[in-house]
Design a binder for this molecule. Structure first.
Ligand code: ADP
Length: 196
């Protein structure tokens, strides 16, 4: 099962991803997490990504593709995964499409959360991650609007998009996401149960 999760920064995607991978038994691939780890270990890729991440810019596609490809080659991803924070640009979406076509495994569903801008800023200022300063937050929201939001239409046209109201309680968001995955789960031989 191949699932993509798109949402603006601060929407609560991380929390929902944790619950989804537990419920679905899928590996969780967060490009943001992978890049932060690479930065911490000061690998060449991490060093190259650092300046972009610290200023709230997107890391260049070829670096993100490198780190993602390495992870996808590990065998726990054979049956699919939950992609969190990737793709973030139309170019990355096209590259993902090619990559999945080569594997013969089409994308099953794209999940998205819808949250007001003021609430996004409030949530990000609360979580105290080192790259969450007021300046980078504003920058990341702008980059999201310009680069990532167009993916919603791209996937809507392919009839893959499920948008959930991210202003609901975390439990309700999770229930809505799981309900939206019912069909996909049946297709992959899972009997959907009550996620509550
Ligand atoms: P958030 O959900 O708050 O945006 P992430 O952990 O997904 O946080 O990403 C943090 C940073 O990592 C981004 O601001 C960006 O610099 C970089 N990054 C993560 N994923 C990608 C990607 N797919 N393409 C380019 N840059 C990325």
């Amino acid at each position: 099962m191949w699932i993509v999760f798109i949402s603006p920064p601060g929407a609560g995607k991380g929390t929902q991803c944790e619950r989804l991978v537990r419920a679905l038994g899928l590996p969780h691939l967060s490009t943001g997490e992978m890049l932060r780890e690479a930065m911490q270990t000061q690998s060449p890729l991490g060093q190259a990504a650092a300046e972009y991440m610290h200023s709230g810019q997107l890391v260049p596609d070829h670096l993100v593709m490198d780190i993602l490809q390495q992870r996808l080659d590990e065998h726990d991803c054979n049956q699919g995964c939950l992609l969190d924070g990737f793709p973030r640009t139309l170019c990355q979406a096209e590259l993902l499409h090619e990559l999945l076509e080569r594997r013969g495994t089409p994308l099953d569903r794209v999940l998205a959360l819808d949250v007001d801008r003021d609430e996004l800023v409030r949530r990000m200022l609360q979580r105290q991650r080192p790259d969450d300063t007021p300046e980078t937050i504003a920058q990341r929201l702008e980059v999201y609007q310009a680069e990532t939001a167009p993916l919603l239409d791209y996937y809507r046209r392919q009839d893959l998009l499920l948008t959930v109201d991210g202003m609901q309680s975390p439990d309700d968001v999770f229930r809505s996401l799981m309900a939206g995955l019912d069909q996909v789960r049946r297709r992959h031989g899972h009997e959907p149960e009550d996620p509550s």
